[in-house]
Design a binder for this molecule. Structure first.
Ligand SMILES: [Zn+2]
Length: 680
């Protein structure tokens, strides 16, 4: 029989409060089942034990009545709900702190990271490595737990109020970091500081060692339990989609879809994944909820990208603010009705956007790496291009390079930092016939954020970077009317850096650059012919059987910054330059499109997610989108709109482009196509 965690699930997470120590387990199990869930998260241990623990340093919930955990697991199983234990080893109470202060994080001035009487545990201390292991052994030894999730696992330097504590300076950290690097802990927490980057690598290495240790203990006690978020060994992935006051506003509206795409890549398309949608706005207001429209937009992005639905409450399902729940229930019900389909989907995207975790962590301008990635992501969504992400954390896997070959085009935006192995895999992809679209500083830094003397990609369409013109404010790209997205404009605005390169022999160039122009006073603002140049806007050259295209300026970041149609159109045009899409939308406005394939039947499933309810940081009910058509260059036999539950007519002759008129789209629609022949 298939392991339960390899099947699609609908998950409800309960984050329990002390007052829930007397909750009615039968009632909660019935509520979770009625919500349509097949699995639930429920507290087990760590900060507080939700069972009668015998470990002296693990505080028991003082309001606990008998063996709540045992009752809850029985009730969940009676309702055919899988029980995922929620552990929080990130903190402990005064009890443990007083006995072993050396297990916990301390700031440079020696003060502990204390919050409401709880103490932040250090990754290098005994709370994780000794006591945490005891908690796991005790609870897993006694209870029939199906899966595990760890809250806030690893290094944290802020608390729930987003107060900054800096780096942990406990004895263990000082000693271990000296052994790792030969140096004292860094004073500056600026990523441009080499020692700080070494510290970031120390964090990664020690976290991984701890995760491996914990995973092995779990499997030694209970081999058939599923463990989430333990790197390569994960049995399933669990992310979280939330708002945070310490992030720039408006929130990144694509967080939900981006997490899903990244998990799909990290798990090689085989490991199941979900991201818990936080019911509430942010920590300070745990009982004020997002709107139904906000949650529906998050859920629709997840279904469109293969994730399981997952919803997260504080405590039980009885909530003071219930407004999003009808919308969430509708989508849970829809997923249940179509479970056989959603349990067996793979992506059918032919374009991939590279996710460079290294650039977000080690790049000297890591904020710019995020902006470039997001600009590209949004340009692809807004242009109606179907895409996956490729996560660089998979670069160590045996099939990493091979997995590239399912794409026609791979895009490097915000991918400045790159290891040799990654560069090799991308060069091989181009050599075999793929198209690589490189933007800005792609592959200009090593995996630790050190600038490279030579770009890492052999497939690049240039030899050398001669100069980086750092400030191009006031410059333009001269394109010619209609050349980009059919827009009637001769110019595209250019800002930020431009990399002056020597094109490779045989490289072709597109467009030209107008160097920064005077922009004041108005009398002096006219095109100065002397500021024209023959610097190219885009370069392209073949490599093996494929092609590399290079944009030596940040078209991606500019779309992130200004949202101009010309930057989006140029990204889209280059992404599809050598491999046009076989499925497209007549007008991809305020819709995200994805295409997945049902493995068993070979049917294609097109999801269309409606973003029209989003207005900056306000999420209102979306406006139904009418009169949309899908254009198909594929041999389709029949077509069914799953949300509207309608069979749709396919117009046009076989062998030619076919069109399908879509019913009005509210939160989202999913169109299932039966194929005349299995698509490659
Ligand atoms: Zn420490």
């Amino acid at each position: 029989m298939t392991e339960w965690w390899r099947r699609t699930q609908r998950i409800v997470q309960t984050n329990l409060r002390l007052i829930d120590g007397t909750l009615d387990s039968e009632r909660l199990a019935a509520d979770v089942a009625a919500f349509g869930a097949t699995a639930m998260l429920f507290n087990v241990g760590g900060i507080f034990a939700w069972y009668p623990t015998e470990l002296a340093l693990q505080a028991k919930n003082p309001k606990l009545e008998g063996d709540l955990l045992g009752r809850m697991i029985d009730a969940a199983h009676r309702h055919d709900i899988r029980f995922i234990g929620r552990y929080d080893l990130s903190k402990a109470t005064q009890l443990a702190y007083d006995a072993h202060p050396e297990w916990f994080c301390h700031a440079r001035d020696g003060r502990p990271f204390e919050y409401n009487g709880t103490y932040q545990a250090c990754v290098n201390g005994g709370w994780y490595h000794h006591q945490g292991i005891q908690v796991l052994k005790e609870s897993l030894g006694r209870y029939d737990i199906d899966g595990l999730f760890f809250n806030m696992f690893g290094y944290l330097s802020t608390d729930y109020s987003y107060k900054q504590y800096g780096l942990c300076h406990c004895e263990n950290c000082r000693r271990e970091f000296r052994a790792f690097s030969g140096e004292d802990l860094p004073v500056h927490t600026d990523v441009s500081d080499r020692l700080y980057r070494t510290y970031l690598r120390f964090q990664e290495t020690t976290s991984r060692t701890l995760a491996d240790e914990i995973y092995d203990v779990i499997k030694s006690v209970r081999p058939n339990v599923a463990v989430s978020n333990m790197g390569r060994k994960s049995d399933f992935f669990r992310g979280e989609v939330n708002r945070r006051l310490d992030r720039a506003r408006p929130e990144w509206v694509h967080l939900s879809g981006e997490e899903a795409r990244n998990f799909r890549s990290l798990g090689g398309g085989r490991t199941r994944y979900s991201s818990a949608l936080t019911h509430f706005i942010d920590f300070p207001w745990r009982y004020s909820a997002e709107t139904g429209a906000a949650q529906a937009l998050r859920l629709a992005q997840q279904l469109a990208n293969g994730a399981d639905p997952h919803y997260y409450f504080m405590g039980t399902l009885e909530q003071a603010d219930r407004k999003p729940l009808p919308a969430v229930r509708v989508i849970f019900d829809y997923h249940r009705a179509n479970e056989a389909l959603y349990g067996d989907l793979e992506s059918a995207a032919r374009v991939a956007l590279y996710t460079s975790h290294k650039s977000r962590r080690y790049h000297p301008r890591r904020g710019a790496s995020v902006a470039a990635f997001r600009g590209a992501y949004r340009a692809l969504v807004d242009a109606g291009i179907v895409f996956d992400t490729i996560h660089d954390l998979r670069a160590g896997e045996a099939d990493f390079a091979e997995a590239h070959n399912r794409y026609d085009t791979i895009i490097l935006s915000g991918a400045g930092c790159m290891s040799e192995a990654e560069a090799k895999s991308l060069d091989a992809f181009v050599e075999a016939g793929g198209t690589l679209l490189m933007v800005g500083d792609a592959a200009s830094y090593d995996e630790m954020g050190e600038a490279l003397p030579q770009n890492r990609l052999n497939s690049r369409p240039f030899d050398e970077v001669e100069e980086v013109l750092e400030d191009m404010r006031g410059a333009y790209v001269r394109v010619g009317a209609g050349a980009v997205g059919g827009l009637d404009s001769d110019l595209i605005l250019l800002d930020g850096a431009y990399r002056r390169v020597t094109p490779k022999a045989g490289a072709s160039t597109l467009y030209s650059i107008l160097l920064p122009q005077r922009f004041g006073p108005p009398e002096l603002c006219y095109p100065d012919p002397e500021l024209g140049s023959n610097l190219p806007g885009v370069l392209q050259a073949s490599y093996g059987k494929g092609q590399a295209i290079y944009v030596p300026w940040n078209v991606d970041m500019l779309y992130h910054e200004h949202g101009l149609l010309e930057h989006r159109a140029l990204m889209a045009q280059l992404a599809l330059k050598l491999a046009p899409a076989k499925i497209s939308l007549s007008a991809p406005r305020r819709l995200e499109m994805t295409v997945q394939r049902h493995r068993e039947s070979g049917d294609l499933v097109v999801h269309l997610v409606n973003y029209s309810g989003q207005n900056d940081n306000c999420y209102d009910e979306p406006i139904a989108i009418h009169d949309m058509e899908l254009l198909l260059d594929l041999p389709v036999a029949s077509c069914h709109a799953l949300v509207a539950d309608q069979i749709l007519a396919i117009e046009g002759k076989s062998g030619e482009r076919r069109t399908v008129k879509l019913p009005p789209i509210s939160y989202f629609e999913a169109i299932r196509f039966r194929m005349l022949e299995r698509d490659a």
